[in-house]
Design a protein around this ligand. Structure first.
Ligand SMILES: [Zn+2]
Length: 266
């Protein structure tokens, strides 16, 4: 063999559509793909109905929460739900997943999935007092992933309103030049917390017995309050961005590659 040849009704290379008079040839030894005119592609060409394209990337998934999809979640259904979610993603043409993990329960499913997983071990740490214990816990979760051979795994912050300054610093130091992810500016209250120290988040903190904002009031948006922590070449996937403003985006672009010192927020 050595070569696999396929053509479809349309071929998309990730940037350009090539039409149907074209053949994708894969060298099965090197894994290298070539796009060749049908007249020059030779024999043994397999027709695949529909569009031929690169695999999709699901940049934000919570595989371990799959059982909550239909809002009925006895524990016994969790494993089936994770397996079903993997099958669904595969059927959708997804080949790589950025997955938020609070525990290691997804490890066996990821190992046998045949998909690439970038595992974001999500740190939640509201108070400075609990931060050392929380970081120890999440490091153990991370170690479980690494020891299982899932090397694309690192710590990641949950959200600006749920990660202490010390935890942000620890995550930043341990993720130099890696990809991280954070739930950003999902609600208006998130910005208000950092701008004024008040707003609806205080009710959430009260449930944890915390009477005032555990975070420094910076007078600027949540994004601008935490972004300076990540000054070690990280690429950051910002999730939600419901209340991200033009100013936030312009300031973020302006500081790209040259972030301000983290001392501005601690
Ligand atoms: Zn999420």
């Amino acid at each position: 063999m050595g070569y696999e040849k396929v053509h479809g009704d349309q071929l998309f290379d990730g940037q350009v559509f090539h039409g149907n008079n074209i053949v994708l040839i894969r060298d099965t030894r090197s894994g290298k793909d070539s796009i060749v005119a049908a007249a020059e592609a030779g024999e043994d060409i397999q027709y695949v109905p529909g569009l031929i394209r690169p695999g999709f990337v699901n940049a934000h998934c919570h595989l371990e929460l799959s059982h909550m999809k239909n809002r009925s979640f006895p524990e016994s259904e969790m494993n089936d739900a994770m397996q079903n979610a993997l099958e669904e993603m595969k059927a959708d043409g997804i080949v790589a997943v950025g997955d938020i993990s609070n525990s290691a329960i997804t490890v066996p499913y990821k190992r046998s999935s045949g998909m690439h997983f970038q595992n974001f071990i999500e740190v939640l740490s509201f108070s400075e007092a609990n931060t050392p214990a929380r970081l120890l816990h999440y490091q153990q979760v991370l170690d479980t992933f690494l020891m299982a051979g899932l090397q694309s795994s690192n710590l990641t912050p949950h959200a600006p309103y749920s990660v202490s300054a010390t935890a942000f610093e620890h995550i930043s130091k341990t993720t130099a030049n890696q990809v991280i992810s954070i739930h950003n500016q999902e609600t208006r209250a998130e910005d208000e917390l950092f701008r004024t120290g008040g707003g609806d988040f205080l009710q959430l903190f009260e449930q944890f017995g915390i009477s005032e904002s555990p975070f420094r009031t910076t007078g600027v948006s949540s994004l601008k309050s935490y972004l300076p922590y990540f000054n070690h070449g990280q690429s950051i996937i910002l999730v939600h961005n419901t209340y991200t403003t033009r100013e936030d985006i312009e300031d973020t672009n302006a500081t790209q590659g040259n972030p301000p010192s983290p001392t501005t927020v601690d």
